[in-house]
Every structure is written in structure tokens, then in C-alpha cells.
Design a protein around this ligand. Structure first.
Ligand SMILES: Cc1ncc(COP(=O)(O)O)c(C=O)c1O
Length: 486
């Protein structure tokens, strides 16, 4: 059992001093944020009539339909009987005797008590028996009480159209990405992504040698019209059609774009029209600085085409390695088979901590509101500092996420600038090609993260950057020397 209680007043003060050096709460008081949990927990459209029209126009996928999306490799997976028994034993009366399970005996676990405290003064206390449970094996899908909480969370936040869906706990969104690739990609398959996207999908895809269909973005995110014309042409030319679109609709990493509501509907319709599934990777959902609530793709999913990846990495803890995948039940079963083979289940202790955090929604809401406020302040500070490179580069303020995406003028490829010039001057940057499938391509962009750098150092860092860009611009203007020249 998890015990929640207030820390003693003295402990709260000590914790605040040690752990809370930032003026978050004063920002909260003076800003436009409401303390209403509904504002941060709303990812659905109040008038879903447009989507209901789609439901009339396109068929909802049924269990057999999903088979055409499953990779040949994933098709070969079979359930492990031992894992099925673990799931069963979680759901039967404790009086039953078992000679079945190969679980270790908790009596040999060396830990007897765990206490964790939060900044807001709550505590998680696990005494010996509860701690033993939190350190024991689980069914592959996840801790049953957490699954219950997460199902309700998804329902409340996204209000997805009715369809048989379920969740599985993952080790963060990267794990979900890997599961989707393994489950849905065959070698050489085409896959749609935004032109620049999170490197983790590329890492997962590389062994499959896929054909990347990279779609450009504008300030409203992935351009639906371009996607439509690219797919129309592929169809006309008889090329293999993609079965998957992977994207980050809110706060694309690295570009920081948020796909507009209109675009979301268009993209969803394209998925129905050209028959592909959408992998909605949304770790920055709570870091949308536009504030206006935006419907998730899950909330639009009238035909059963969305696999949604959630993660607590950016707003609660990245080292907890905790997230969850939401998908139509037929696909969820596949993900579970993958988990059985890959890791048995995600860490029980991490899931126990997550359960504690998610079962107090109002505390979670206020943490998320202050987290968004915290990062927004940093985004604004970096935007202000970037005036220092005016005339040398172009950028627009990111609407969500943790990054500014900057195009350097007069430098065709930033690689040398990042790895030689900047590094020597003590500034670490990421070159834009890191977010291309072909990381050897030339690229004019750099990504600047505002999440961790000391706010007081931002102006200095950008002043360095201005010098670095000037130096690189001069270097690239010099005529190229032959390797044999002295
Ligand atoms: C878009 C995106 N997806 C997934 C991840 C990995 O997240 P997690 O820690 O949940 O695996 C990141 C981390 O940077 C990310 O930016």
C-alpha cells in the first residue's frame, strides 16, 4: 500500500531550500496561467463533428485489418505461457497455492523501507511488504493498478472516439518507438516522417534500411498538402506505399513546431485515404506555450489508426524511464508480445512511483503548470538572447518543447562550425544534420536547447555563437586549398 501524507513543516522548508532554487511559483502567480487542472489536461476537441464525418466516409479498422500492418518478424511472435501465468496469478485469490511461478522469494530482497518526498510536501512510503511488491516481477503490460489509472487518464485527457484500445507501460517513449518499428516495419519499407525529426526514430530504423519520405514543415508543422501530393504521386507511379507516419505533433524535436488543429484533421484524413497508421510521439504535450488546448491525434482517432506514445521524461523524470503506449487492442497485444521477449516488463519500482504521482491529479496538474512556466521563462530568455545573432541567422520562437531551431546565414554546412570552431571556443552545439536520416548530409541549421543552460549564461553563449558564426562565414568565403598546397 502507498501511504500519502504531509511531510513535517520543517522537512518541507528544508526541501524547498535544497531543491527549489528557481522562482517558479512567483511566475505562476503573476502569469496568465489558471490553476485549473482542466486547462493542462485537455487534449480534445469540444466539437468533433468534422471527425464524425470522416467516420462516415472511411471504414474503421477491424482486428484483421491490422494484420496488413504487422511486420513479418512481429507476426512470428508467440505468447510465453509463463508470462500468461504471471498475469493470471495477479488476478486470482491470494489463497490459491502456486507451484507454477519462477519468481524469486521476496524474503531475500535486502531492502526493507523506501521513502521519497516531493517538492509539494507529499511523501511516498513503502514499508517492507509494499516495497517487496514494488521490487517483484509483473505482468508484461504493467502494474495493474497503474494501468487502471493510465486508462482513465487517457480517457479524461483525450476523450478518444469509442474503439477497443488499451495501454502498455514502456521504458519511455524511445522504447515505444522501438516497439512500433519492430512491430510495423519490414526491411526496405517506406516510412513518412517530418524532414527533420527526433534522432531516436532514425536509430531504431537504421537496421531496416527504410525509404524515408521526409515531409517539410512550416510554422503550422508538417505540411499536409505536400504529404498529399507526394503520396498521390507514389500511388500513380505504383510505388510501395508507406504504412506508417512517425511524428511529434506538439513541439517537434528539433524544430519546435506545433501542428495546427486544421492540419491535424487533414493529416488524419490522409491516413485514412492512403491507409497508413500514425505514431504520435508526444513527450512535449505539457510544454505547449501556445496555451490554447489542442486536440491530440488520439482524440481524433475515429478509425483506429493512432498509436500514441506518452512519456514522463520531459516533465517528471527522464531517468525513471517511464512512459506508456496507447493503441487499438489488436496492436497492443503485439506490443505485449514484444515486451515479453524484450524485457519481461518495465521496472516495477518506476511504475509504483508513477502510480503515486498519477493518483493525485491536482498535485500533478500544479507540477505540470509550474514546469511549463519554468521552461517558458527559459524559452523567452533564449529568444531575448538570440537578438545577439540578428543578421547572422534566422529563427522563429518555438511554440512548444525545449529547442530553438536556427538557420545560420552564409554557411552551407554547419558541421565544421559546430565540431571545430565552436568546440574550440568552449560552446557545444548540435548540428541540424543530426536530425536527418542521412546525418552526413549538409545542413544550415543548429539546434539550441534552453532546458539546462544557466539563464545567466545565455547572453554570453549567444555572444560566443555570434563570433563563431562570423568566423565560420569568413572561413567559408576563403578559396578552398588543395590538399597538396602548403
Ligand atoms: C520526440 C522525442 N521522443 C522520444 C524521446 C525519448 O524520450 P524518453 O526519455 O521518453 O524515451 C525524446 C527525447 O529527447 C524526444 O525528443
Amino acid at each position: 500500500m502507498i501511504v500519502t501524507g504531509k511531510l513535517s513543516k520543517m522537512n518541507v522548508e528544508v526541501f524547498k531550500k535544497i531543491l527549489d532554487p528557481r522562482p517558479l511559483y512567483s511566475v505562476l502567480k503573476s502569469r496568465q496561467y489558471s490553476q485549473n487542472a482542466d486547462d493542462i489536461f485537455k487534449f480534445y476537441d469540444d466539437q468533433p463533428s468534422h471527425m464524425l464525418e470522416l467516420k462516415e466516409k472511411y471504414r474503421t479498422l477491424d482486428e484483421k485489418d491490422y494484420n496488413r500492418f504487422i511486420s513479418k518478424r512481429a507476426m512470428k511472435r508467440e505468447p510465453a505461457l509463463t508470462r500468461q501465468i504471471t498475469t493470471l496469478s495477479y488476478n486470482v485469490s491470494k489463497e490459491m497455492m502456486s507451484l507454477a511461478e519462477g519468481m524469486p522469494n521476496e524474503a531475500i530482497f535486502p531492502f526493507t523501507r523506501l521513502e521519497m518526498s516531493t517538492r509539494s510536501g507529499e511523501s511516498l512510503v513503502l514499508e517492507e511488504k509494499e516495497l517487496a511488491t514494488a521490487l517483484q516481477y509483473l505482468p508484461s503490460q504493467g502494474l495493474p493498478s497503474l494501468l487502471k489509472e493510465l486508462r482513465q487518464f487517457q480517457q479524461d485527457l483525450h476523450r478518444p472516439p469509442p474503439l477497443s484500445r488499451d495501454v502498455i507501460v514502456t521504458n519511455g517513449a524511445q522504447h515505444g518507438i522501438y516497439q512500433c518499428v519492430e512491430m510495423l516495419m519490414d526491411p526496405g519499407d517506406p516510412i513518412i516522417t517530418t524532414e527533420f525529426t527526433y534522432t531516436g526514430i532514425h536509430s531504431a530504423l537504421k537496421p531496416y534500411q527504410p525509404e524515408i519520405i521526409g515531409i517539410p514543415e512550416d510554422e503550422n508543422g508538417l505540411i499536409a498538402e505536400t504529404l498529399d501530393s507526394v503520396l498521390k504521386e507514389r500511388l500513380a507511379r505504383g510505388l510501395k506505399m508507406p504504412r506508417l507516419l512517425y511524428f511529434i505533433p506538439t513541439g517537434n524535436n528539433p524544430t519546435g513546431t506545433v501542428i495546427s488543429v486544421e492540419r491535424r484533421r487533414q493529416i488524419y484524413e490522409l491516413a485514412c485515404k492512403y491507409d497508413f497508421l500514425l505514431v504520435e510521439d508526444d513527450p512535449y504535450m505539457f510544454l505547449n506555450y501556445n496555451k490554447a488546448s489542442i486536440p491530440s491525434f488520439l482524440s481524433l482517432d475515429v478509425c483506429g489508426r493512432v498509436i500514441r506514445l506518452d512519456s514522463v521524461s520531459k516533465v517528471i523524470s527522464s531517468g525513471l524511464r517511464a512512459g506508456w503506449l496507447t493503441a487499438p487492442t489488436a496492436l497492443m497485444h503485439r506490443a505485449e508480445l514484444h515486451a515479453q521477449a524484450e524485457l519481461l516488463h518495465s521496472c516495477t519500482l518506476a511504475q509504483t512511483i508513477l502510480l503515486q504521482l498519477f493518483s493525485n491529479r491536482s498535485a500533478l496538474a500544479s507540477h505540470l503548470l509550474s514546469t511549463r512556466s519554468f521552461y517558458e521563462l527559459r524559452r523567452n530568455a533564449l529568444s531575448a538572447a538570440l537578438r545577439g545573432i540578428e543578421g547572422l541567422a534566422d529563427w522563429s520562437e518555438p511554440n512548444a518543447g525545449l529547442f530553438h531551431w536556427v538557420r545560420v546565414r552564409g554557411v552551407e554546412d554547419v558541421y565544421n562550425m559546430v565540431f571545430h570552431v565552436a568546440f574550440q571556443r568552449g560552446l557545444i552545439l548540435i548540428p541540424g544534420q543530426a536530425f536527418l536520416y542521412d546525418s552526413g548530409a549538409t545542413c544550415q541549421y543548429i539546434r539550441l536547447a534552453f532546458s539546462k543552460i544557466n539563464v545567466n549564461n545565455m547572453e554570453t553563449a549567444i555572444r560566443y555563437l555570434a563570433d563563431i558564426i562570423r568566423e565560420e562565414q569568413k572561413l567559408v568565403k576563403q578559396p578552398k586549398r588543395l590538399a597538396t598546397e602548403r
